[in-house]
Design a protein around this ligand. Structure first.
Ligand code: GDP
Length: 418
């Protein structure tokens, strides 16, 4: 049961973006930051276009555009509900397998980006298997629909055949390669077309007749996938009855979290198409911190384990997952808070090193600004300034609490570069 203190967590999504190199992870991330920053004046930037310019400049200078965890806000289209989307940087390269595994620990769901002209490539397969090991729910974004050779069907069949998963096509492209002009929402049976280059002007209309057959085929695939997890829906389907949008969304969401069902979307990050719908899908189909199993910790010198449900009023349990050197403030320790609340100026115990540490300042990192906060609560991610001895993978608990180590990250066999 969700308590009042935990209720903010239903509007949180902690996600990673995983991809084979060159599939478009950077471009997709940039666009996500652009669209989320656009509606929420972040820092000094009051105009969306400036965010994009800033990101392009940074890129030219070779600076990483994202922090280990970037906090963005997104208002689900068609609603007034605002969500916090924390984007956790997932190293895409197999060389960083250990880092990939570590980041898998701190996210609750992931977006797998595929190049639709290439289908599922070897590195994507590797990252996908790692996500499987951690039971990370995923949605797939079939990117580069505008590129020569692009094929949404290829991505669907590769997901089925190479990854052994059930694809749930929640979208279909209106045209492929240089004919690509918009996206059909198969759940709501609507067509989205774009009337400006930034993708901010969207016209929602009926599904054009030329796509009717294909859309009907995709919708059957989608309902069959959803019926895998929902018996009522299965009965309806067999009786030829159409499920409602809400029923369909709920079943696919359940399948994403509990079964190997992956909603598949399409778009072109480069051409600014599909990324806002992708953000909506993150909200609709990926879990909040309350919907994933609570992290477990091992009590020191015993075989006993304890659970830390996501609760700001619980005992503090946090994981340091990345250390970054910052030219202005020095050492930044990125943490995910699983349970409890971390206060600036307080003391915590590093249970991995048996050392008491002082939390200096706390920061939330946004696309192009940092926000100083007085606390980080369960489900949140941010950076701590002031921790001297805490390293990557260390468990932080409350000062004076019984020593507990969060589930260790088991390091796999080295992976040969593909
Ligand atoms: P990453 O290695 O996965 O981070 O990929 P990038 O985002 O750096 O993209 C790799 C290349 O693909 C760049 O040249 C991008 O401009 C290009 N690219 C990314 N998204 C798209 C897209 O939607 N369509 C096309 N045609 N090219 C894209």
């Amino acid at each position: 049961m969700t308590t009042k203190a935990q209720s903010y967590l239903t509007h949180f999504r902690n996600i990673g973006i995983a991809a084979h190199i060159d599939a478009g992870k950077t471009t997709t991330t940039e666009r996500i930051l652009y669209y989320t920053g656009r509606t929420h004046n972040i820092g000094e930037v009051h105009d969306g276009a400036a965010t994009m310019d800033w990101m392009e400049q940074e890129r030219e200078r070779g600076i990483t555009i994202t922090a280990a965890a970037t906090t963005a806000k997104w208002k689900r289209s068609g609603t007034d509900q605002e969500y916090v989307v924390n984007i956790i940087d997932t190293p895409g390269h197999v060389d960083f397998t250990i880092e990939v595994e570590r980041s898998m620990r701190v996210l609750d769901g992931a977006v797998a980006v595929f190049d639709s002209s290439q289908g599922v490539e070897p590195q994507s397969e590797t990252v996908w298997r790692q996500a499987d090991r951690y039971g990370v729910p995923r949605i797939a974004f079939s990117n580069k629909m505008d590129k020569t050779g692009a094929s949404f069907e290829l991505v669907l069949s590769d997901i089925r055949e190479r990854l052994g998963a059930i694809p749930a096509p929640i979208q279909y492209p209106m045209g492929q390669e240089n004919e690509f002009k918009g996206i059909i929402d198969i759940v709501r049976m609507q067509a989205h077309t774009y009337t400006n280059d930034l993708g901010t002007d969207i016209v929602v209309g009926e599904v054009p007749a030329e796509f009717a057959d294909k859309v009907a085929e995709m919708r059957s695939q989608l309902i069959e996938a959803a019926a895998e997890v929902d018996e009522d829906l299965m009965m309806k389907y067999l009786e030829g009855e159409e499920p409602s949008v809400e029923e369909l969304v709920a079943a696919i969401r359940k399948g994403t979290v509990e079964k190997r069902i992956f909603p598949v979307l399409c778009g072109s990050a480069l051409k600014n198409k599909g990324v806002q719908l992708l953000l909506d899908a993150v909200i609709d189909y990926l879990p909040s911190p309350l919907e994933v199993p609570a992290i477990r910790g091992k009590v020191e010198d015993s075989e006993e384990t304890v659970e830390f449900p996501a609760d700001p009023d619980g005992k503090l349990a946090a994981l340091a997952f990345k250390i970054m050197a910052d030219p202005y403030v020095g050492r930044l320790t990125f943490v995910r808070i699983y349970s409890g609340t971390m206060q600036s100026g307080s003391y915590v115990m590093n249970a991995s090193k048996d050392k008491r540490e002082r939390v200096g300042r706390l920061l939330k990192m946004h696309a192009n600004s940092r926000e100083e906060v007085t606390e980080l609560k369960a489900g949140e991610l941010g950076a701590v300034i002031g921790l001297k001895d805490s390293g990557t993978g260390n468990t932080l608990i409350g000062d004076g609490d019984d020593a507990v180590l969060l589930e260790s990250i088991d390091v796999p066999e080295p992976v040969i570069k593909l």
